[in-house]
Design a binder for this molecule. Structure first.
Ligand code: AMP
Ligand code: MG
Length: 398
């Protein structure tokens, strides 16, 4: 049995870097940038008013209240493009260009407009309520680095600087195969001894969140021939196969047998991890293959530790692993003998601003109903008991 760290480093070693592809901005969410992205213009492109009010020359406000002559209006998208002279003011709106000669904006609340004059009640400092040209980005600066995951906020940056199309890591083609003769699809009513498939839909979602292009296969039961045949076919058309279930030692656990019969190269098949010990990692033809334990919590934990890491590395992500943090443990937690554990947790803060990881009360690796409430996993090293209030490492769940 190997450690989690060893397993992750094997996965990273074996994960091939896929090429790149060009995508449109609207299809880029969750993908990994394959190029650095630069600013094609200054932002703001002019000295921009930060408030509704009046553009003024600060020197005119040595004595307040002051009366200034109203000479024009500068609105967002339709500025006033003359030079402001001594004793003059221009009505101005948020987002509008500050005229040449003006050096501050007085907020509307501190003014009173009367005919062609405006009375200013308070002084302002030079530059107040003005965002200078290029303060947010100067033309040519790098905005986002290759290897960055594209979030909704990154989409705003890409849009603002004219990046309608750009290169991202090619989306891994992922096939999700679900074994288990007890399983029926979500649309079905389970009959005697049956349950509905939870893993297929869940793993499809996790894979999509990791930027993959997902094919979900029909349920396969525990049919040796069918499992082997599908694996062989899918390994020629996909970059990565995820097989749910059938990796333990039961009579109908056929995933490993099928892999061996096809001559797959198996890198590991047992990890010192709870839940998720029987996780299998192999290569069949050009495809990476992950066999995940069928208990939905085990499948979720092992997907996020190993499969997600592979998928993001394949796309060139700078940080392919789950984001980490430290938190204060909310209750005593007992580790497992000879295996590191991940315990699902909810996160809270206390009145001192400390992050608290509250272990979920749960019924073990089959209890995915409580796992749905988890926001993070607490790392518990092997053979230890962690005390409430001690500092623990957590991994944020996607
Ligand atoms: P296995 O890893 O195939 O031995 O399955 C372990 C446990 O997880 C058994 O109780 C299965 O019924 C359950 N299980 C396996 N696959 C799924 C699935 N796709 N959805 C829900 N439960 C599952
Ligand atoms: Mg099974």
């Amino acid at each position: 049995m190997i450690s989690i760290e060893e397993a992750i480093s094997i996965v990273l070693e074996q994960a091939p870097r896929l090429g790149r592809e060009r995508v449109k901005l609207e299809a880029a969410l969750g993908r990994i940038l394959a190029e650095d992205v630069h600013a094609d213009m200054d932002l703001p492109p002019f000295d921009r008013a930060q408030m509704d009010g009046y553009a003024v020359r600060v020197a005119d406000l040595d004595v307040v209240p002051a009366r200034l002559r109203l000479v024009g209006e500068s609105a967002a998208g339709r500025g006033w493009h003359q030079e402001l002279k001594a004793g003059e003011a221009v009505r101005i709106m948020t987002g509008a260009p500050v005229p040449v000669g003006a050096d501050a904006v007085v907020p509307l609340e501190q003014t009173h407009e009367r005919g062609d004059e405006v009375e200013i009640a308070t002084r302002v400092a030079p530059g107040q309520n003005v965002v200078p040209r290029a303060a947010e980005a100067r033309r040519g600066t790098r905005l986002l680095e290759a290897g960055t995951k594209i979030t909704a906020a990154a989409v705003a940056t890409l849009a603002a600087f004219g990046h309608a199309m750009f290169d991202v890591g090619r989306a891994p083609r992922v096939a999700i195969m679900v074994t288990g003769s007890e399983l029926v699809p979500v649309e079905s009513r389970p009959e005697r001894d049956q349950i509905r498939d939870a893993n297929g839909p869940m793993l499809g979602c996790y894979a999509a969140l990791a930027g993959a292009q997902v094919s979900r296969l029909p349920l396969m039961g525990d049919d040796r021939e069918k499992i082997a045949q599908r694996m062989a076919d899918l390994s020629r058309t996909h970059d990565l196969l995820v097989i749910s279930g059938g990796v333990s030692v039961g009579k109908y656990d056929l995933t490993k047998e099928a892999l061996r019969s096809l001559g797959a190269r198996v890198f590991f098949e047992r990890v010192r991890l709870r839940p998720g010990k029987p996780t299998v990692f192999a290569r069949l033809n050009e495809a990476l293959v992950f066999g995940l334990p069928g208990n939905p919590v085990s499948a979720a934990v092992t997907f996020n530790l190993f499969v997600r890491t592979a998928l993001l590395a394949m796309q060139g992500a700078r940080n392919p692993q789950l984001p980490e943090a430290y938190a204060q443990l909310g209750a005593n937690v007992r580790g497992a003998r000879g295996r590191a554990s991940f315990v699902p947790a909810r996160l809270q803060t206390d009145e001192n601003g400390r992050l608290i990881a509250q272990p979920l009360r749960w019924g073990g690796s089959s209890d995915f109903v409580s796992f749905a409430r988890a926001e993070a996993m607490i790392f518990v090293p092997e053979d230890v008991e962690l005390e409430a209030n001690s500092a623990v490492r957590i991994l944020w769940l996607p």
